[in-house]
Design a protein around this ligand. Sequence first.
Ligand SMILES: Nc1ncnc2c1ncn2[C@@H]1O[C@H](COP(=O)(O)OP(=O)(O)OP(=O)(O)O)[C@@H](O)[C@H]1O
Length: 260
Amino acid sequence: MPFLEIDNVTLTFRGIAALTGVGFTVDKGGIVSLIGPNGAGKTSMLNCISGRYTPDSGRISLGGRDLLAVPAHARTSLGLSRTFQNIALFKGLSVLDNLMVGRHARMDYGLLASILYFGPARRAEDAHRRRVEDVIDFLRLSPYRHHPAGKLPYGVQKRVELGRAMAAESDLILLDEPMAGMNLEETEDMARYILDINEEWGMTVLLVEHDMGVVMDISSKVVVLDFGRVLAEGPPEAVMADPAVVAAYLGGEDAVFLGR
Ligand SMILES: Nc1ncnc2c1ncn2[C@@H]1O[C@H](COP(=O)(O)OP(=O)(O)OP(=O)(O)O)[C@@H](O)[C@H]1O
């Protein structure tokens, strides 16, 4: 049974369709890439899943639960976390604190218990810190632990954002262009992190990405959107060989990547 199920989702902005009858599935343990030309509806789709946008119609379920019946802020506690196309960190807070914010949905104890640091709250706090320290080690963020996030180089900020989403210990992580603006070395590192998040940390990944080399290398499945509709869905090689997909990209700025 699919883990994430998108069924017939339609989203319009003042009468203009961003998504029309979109349906696809993400199996547990997969890395699924959502690709398509600029304006195809990829970020809108992620926003419908995370709750930032509410579709006009359709169904979205995660692990059999109706996500659209759950308010956006509560979706993290159902095992969903995400990163943003434009980095959305608390720029004045340290890397450590940004990652602790990522744990927020897992913090069950009240402010008083946390401040006084007693009993179960103390044990929970220790567990939060352990998870955050594991993420810091994994993403090699130790040198930046106490640095304000906003002052860090761009590539490191992208890593901190990934870390914040990982800190939430979610089952499904939505990544919106995690390689955007990165150099080749940073891109290769990020691809390795995503593979490890999937294989070693057990997180299912739904990725929006323009770098077709990365998409081909790491995806278990690719879904192509074009003008808000699903154009193709399947294994990376089959999708990239699909004449309709090639045609959708021809002449666009992404066409160059299809040759890789
Ligand atoms: N908040 C909004 N208000 C109005 N229109 C919007 C809004 N968000 C998205 N759209 C429109 O929906 C369509 C799909 O946009 P979306 O950002 O989802 O595409 P995309 O595939 O993620 O593009 P890109 O690759 O450039 O990021 C576009 O026509 C866009 O202008």
